[in-house]
Design a protein around this ligand. Sequence first.
Ligand code: ATP
Length: 457
Amino acid sequence: MAEELTEYKGPATMEKITSLAKRRGFVFQSSEIYGGQNGAWDYGPMGIELKNRIAANWWKAMTQLHDEIVGLDAAILMHPRTWEASGHVENFTDPLVDCKKCKTRFRADMIPDENLANKTCPECGGELTDTRKFNLMFRTHIGPTEDNAGLIYLRPETAQGIYVNYKNIIQSNRMKIPFGIAQIGKAFRNEIVTKNFIFRTCEFEQMEMQYFVKPGTDVEWFNEWKKRRWAYYEKLGVKMDHLRWHQHGPDELAHYAKDAYDIQYLFPMGWRELEGVHNRTNYDLTRHTEYSGKDLQYIDQDNNNDRYIPFIIETSAGLTRTLLMLICDAYDEEKVADKGDADDWRTVLRFHPVVAPVTAAILPLMKKDGLAELAQDIRNELKEDFATDYDQAGAIGRRYRRQDEAGTPFCVTVDYQSKEDGTVTLRYRDSMEQIRVPRAELTEKIRQEIKQYKRKS
Ligand code: ATP
């Protein structure tokens, strides 16, 4: 086995990623004109395309490619008892300390032990407060009065919406164990420390799948889902030496979990969690049985109507965190000329074409002589099948660079020869290779290229 990387050695830095994301319309600070809102970000025209495609790709992998997994879109606002049953009211806390001098707030588990022991601030050396528990759930009120009767939480995870619907889904869709329920949606956590751009935010999106299995088969399914989730990233063309498993030790393991592994990614700031694969046992459904008074046992009609509370294997990935991972993973700087100026280098996002915000950009070599009209016409044809962009401004080399930086895998250039023989130039983002393709074959050619795409560097 290759030796594990200890630190990030690629060309990306979080500053470069943040600035590119803003410059090219991927991610903006929330409410920027008011000075920004901590922990919240807005996804611009390129960002929402990327996010939608990541979500669609995950959705396809989980539902379309698995006969026994169905989808759900549960409400963000849930009955408050849900969060008592799940243990979040009691346990979903982070340990918090404040510096009395510089007022900086820290998660106690994220500062060096010696600072915690002698109560000194790692920033300014000032005195730290005692550690106290801080619940991460956002609370609000439903209805016209702000009293406890109307207390309601913004969901801190999408999973509970699945558990409370599991019986509905068995009944409406005649599901048989083992089966899964997938969901993508917003989650909210009042995170104490939000840094590293969109890595840890207060409002984010999750892609979760809960797999219901017979007790005793849980370990086998847990291992199977670890394999499937690893293969998912491989298929997406992620640099596999930037991924690793991290098993939760006894101090990290959630109160409900029997075993838990994180898939970590080597971000520019180091190895960090990307996704969790958890064996949640029968904890959640047992608790919901207790708190709701409803019988949530599964009745196994193929086995003498055996009754049991299923075990749950969960795969839980952050959608917005995956987006950050994919930008970091795709980011590259490449020397493409030797003229001694800034144009020698190009910045390129090597996204897999299935997630790239724009699949094909159509570029007329010149605006005049009918080339722009011909290019528009080709774009109109391609747009039925692909996300396209059209750009006629500036030198062709500059336009290629702009598309490279946005991660567009294919450029279609329309030139004088196109008018004569009906062919266009297809330029590949990664290799910068150019080939001529008859216009009539373009859609099929691009479709094939997407299917066969293999990342080279
Ligand atoms: P951490 O220990 O980093 O706070 P966690 O272990 O509590 O995270 P989970 O509850 O397992 O995270 O959430 C599943 C996934 O949801 C994470 O792997 C991550 O991708 C995503 N996620 C969790 N919290 C956030 C957040 N504050 N911002 C963005 N994504 C998040």
